[in-house]
Design a protein. Structure first.
Length: 296
C-alpha cells in the first residue's frame, strides 16, 4: 500500500508553530480569523495540517459523513477514540479537538471528566467539545479543572435534534437569542476556552462575539465571529444533493472519485489494467527453473 508523505507532512514540517490556546486568543485580539474544519482520518488530516488549518475537530458528525447514520446519536466513545488518534497522528501542530459523543457526558460530572480524560490521555487531543448551555456548565467547569480544555457548542446542537424538532436554525426570536447570549456568558465563566455557535442569525453571532473574551467559532453564525468551521465532506462535495444554507462547496470530489472508479472498472474489464508497468519482472532463468521443477 502507498503511504503518502507530502513535502510538508508531519515528519518534515518543523516550520509550523504549534497552535495553542494563547495562539487562538491572540488571533481573537488581533482580529485574525481562526480557521477550523472537521477531520476524521489520517489522509484528510494530513492535508489539513499541510495547509495550516488552526483547529481540526474530530466531530461526531462522522456518524453521518463516515458511517452513514442519519444523526450523530449512535456515535460512541470507542469510535471517537479511533478517529481522534488517527487525526492526532497526522496533525501534530494543529489544535485537535475530540468531540464528546452523545451520552458520554450528559449523565454525570464524573462521566464527563472520565471520557474527556480518555480523549486527552489515550488519543492525545488538545481539547474536547460538548454541546449545551447552562445545563453543561458544571461539566465544563470540572473538565477544565482536570486540566482539559473544553469548547462549548450552542445554537443548533445536533445531539438534541429531537428536542429541537429537527436541524433548524436557532436564536431567531428574542427569547431564544437572549438565552443563547446568556448561555455563552455562563460557559465562558465556567471555563470554556472557546464556543462554537451553530446556525444562528449573524447579528446574534456578532453580539456574542463582541461580548465574549474567548474565541467564538461560527458554523452558520455569520462573518463577525472570531473563526469559521465547516464539515470537510460538505466543502469538498462528497455528497451531491441537499446542503445546509451555511455550507460553501469548494470542490466536487464525488464527481472526481466517480470518474476515477468508472475508469478503473472499465480498464479491468477491457484488460487494460494491469499492464507491463505494474508488473514485477522475473529473471528468465529463474522462470525456466520453476517450470523445469514443475515438470519433474
Ligand atoms: O460534529 C461536528 O462536526 C460539529 C460541527 C457542527 C462542526 O460539531
Amino acid at each position: 500500500m502507498s503511504m503518502w508523505k507530502s513535502e510538508n507532512s508531519q515528519n518534515d514540517a518543523p516550520k509550523r508553530k504549534k497552535v495553542t490556546i494563547p495562539v487562538l486568543n491572540q488571533k481573537k485580539l488581533n482580529g485574525e480569523a481562526i480557521t477550523m474544519i472537521t477531520g476524521y482520518d489520517y489522509p484528510m488530516a494530513l492535508i489539513e495540517e499541510e495547509v495550516g488549518i488552526d483547529i481540526i475537530l474530530v466531530g461526531d458528525s462522522l456518524g453521518m459523513t463516515v458511517y452513514g447514520y442519519d444523526s450523530t446519536l449512535p456515535v460512541t466513545m470507542d469510535v471517537m477514540a479511533v478517529h481522534s488518534k488517527a487525526v492526532r497522528k497526522a496533525a501534530p501542530k494543529a489544535f485537535v479537538i475530540g468531540d464528546m459523543p452523545y451520552m458520554s457526558y450528559q449523565i454525570s460530572v464524573e462521566q464527563a471528566v472520565t471520557n474527556a480524560g480518555r480523549l486527552m490521555q489515550e488519543c492525545g487531543v488538545d481539547g474536547v467539545k460538548l454541546e449545551g448551555g447552562v445545563e453543561m456548565a458544571d461539566k465544563i467547569k470540572a473538565i477544565t479543572k482536570a486540566g482539559i480544555p473544553a469548547m462549548g457548542h450552542l445554537g443548533l446542537t445536533p445531539q438534541s435534534v429531537s428536542q429541537l424538532g429537527g436541524f433548524k436554525a436557532q436564536g431567531r426570536d428574542a427569547g431564544n437569542a437572549l438565552k443563547l447570549i446568556e448561555d455563552a456568558k455562563i460557559l465562558e465563566e465556567a471555563g470554556a476556552f472557546a464556543i462554537l455557535m451553530e446556525a444562528i442569525p449573524s447579528e446574534v453571532g456578532k453580539i456574542i462575539t463582541e461580548r465574549a473574551n474567548i474565541p467564538i467559532i461560527s458554523i452558520g453564525a455569520g462573518p463577525h465571529c472570531d473563526g469559521q468551521v465547516l464539515v470537510v465532506h460538505d466543502i469538498l462535495g462528497f455528497f451531491p444533493g441537499h446542503k445546509a444554507k451555511f455550507v460553501k462547496q469548494y470542490a466536487q470530489v464525488h464527481e472526481v472519485i466517480r470518474k476515477a472508479l468508472t475508469e478503473y472498472k472499465k480498464d479491468i474489464e477491457e484488460g487494460k489494467f494491469p499492464s507491463d508497468e505494474h508488473d514485477y519482472p522475473i529473471d528468465e532463468d529463474v522462470l525456466a527453473e520453476i517450470k523445469a521443477a514443475l515438470e519433474k
